[in-house]
Design a protein around this ligand. Sequence first.
Ligand code: IPM
Ligand code: MG
Length: 369
Amino acid sequence: MASFNLLYLPGDGIGPEVMAEVEKIVAWFNAEGIARFETDRGLVGGSAYDAHGKAVSDADMAKAQAADAVLFGAVGGPKWDKVPYDVRPEAGLLRLRKDLGLFANLRPAICYPALADASSLKRNVVEGLDILIVRELTGGVYFGEPKTITDLGNGQKRGIDTQVYDTFEIERIARVAFDLAKTRRNKVSSAEKRNVMKTGVLWNEIVTRVHKDEYASVQLEHVLADNCAMQLVRWPKQYDVIVTDNLFGDVLSDVAAMLTGSLGMLPSASLGAPDAKSKRRKSLYEPVHGSAPDIAGTGAANPIAMIASFGMALRYSLGLGEWADKLDAAISAVLAQGLRTKDIAGDLPANANTTQMGAAILKELQKVA
Ligand code: IPM
Ligand code: MG
C-alpha cells in the first residue's frame, strides 16, 4: 500500500476548522487501508507568531521540506495587524512558497451545476464553467528587490516594490500551463500588461517562443491582464487555461473564485519542479479563501475548498487521481442534495455548518468507495 507523509498547517481563523474536516477524511482513508498517511502538524501565521515570534519556525519548515504534501489552511487576522512586517502571518505562507520552490500555482474554478445560482453572475454565464488559472508563485512583485519604504526627509516617504522576471521563470510556468492545457481543452490565454510593463513585454516574448518551439499544437492567445479581468466577468467560458504572473494571478483568481459561487469553493495546488531523480515535486495545497476571522468559531465556514484542495493533493502529489475524482463526485452529490453552508446559501438560510458539510461529503465518499 502506498504510504505518504502529510503535514497539516491549519493556521489561523477558520483554517483549523476546515482542516478538521480533511483530517476526518484522511483518517477514513487510513482506516479503510486505501493508503497509509503518516501525519504531522505545525504552526503557521499568527498562531506560529504567538508560539515563537515567527510566522513559521525553522522546525516546521524542515517538516514541510520532508513532507510528500503540505496541507495549508489560512493565515492572518486583526489580532496580528500590528506585528512587524517581516513576521506578519502572510510571511509564513510566502516563506513556504519561496523556500519549497513552489513556482506553479494551479487554481481551478469550476462551477458546480447546483451552485450556478449562488454566483453573482447570471446562470448562463457561469453554468458548466471549468477554467484553470496557472499563477506564477515565487517571483514578480511579491519577492522582487528592492522592496522598501524610505524617508525622503522632506515630509515625503517613498514606497518601492519591484516587479522582476527572468527568462527561466517564465519558461517553466508557461510549460506547466501548456502541459495542463493538453489534458483539457487545449487552449492557453497568457495575461500580462505588455502595454505598460517591461516584464509584460518579456513575458509575452517568452511565452510566444515556448509555444512556437515546444507546444505549437496548443492554441495560444495573449490578453492584457485588465482586459482578462473584464472578460472573466463578461464571458468566462471563453477561457480554458489562463497563465499569468504572481500579482495578476492573485487578483484574477479572486475574480474567478466568485464565478463559482463563493470563495469558499476554490482549492489550489502549489507545485515545485520535479526532482531529477525521484520525480517527486514539493507541494502545498490550500484553499484560495483566507482566514475569515469574522466567522471563525461560528461553524459557518465552508470546508469544500479545503477538502477539494486535499483532492488536488491526491491527484497531483499522491498518484491517487481516481480517489480525487471520487472526492469531487462526493462534493458534487452533496451540493446536488441541496446542502448549503452560509456562503453558498444565497437568500435562503444555511442548512449546514462546517462539520455537517464535512460529514456529508465523507458519507458520500463512503458510498462510492
Ligand atoms: C492568495 C493570498 C495570498 C497572496 C496572501 C495571503 C499572501 O491572497 O494566496 O491568493 O497574496 O498570494
Ligand atoms: Mg489572493
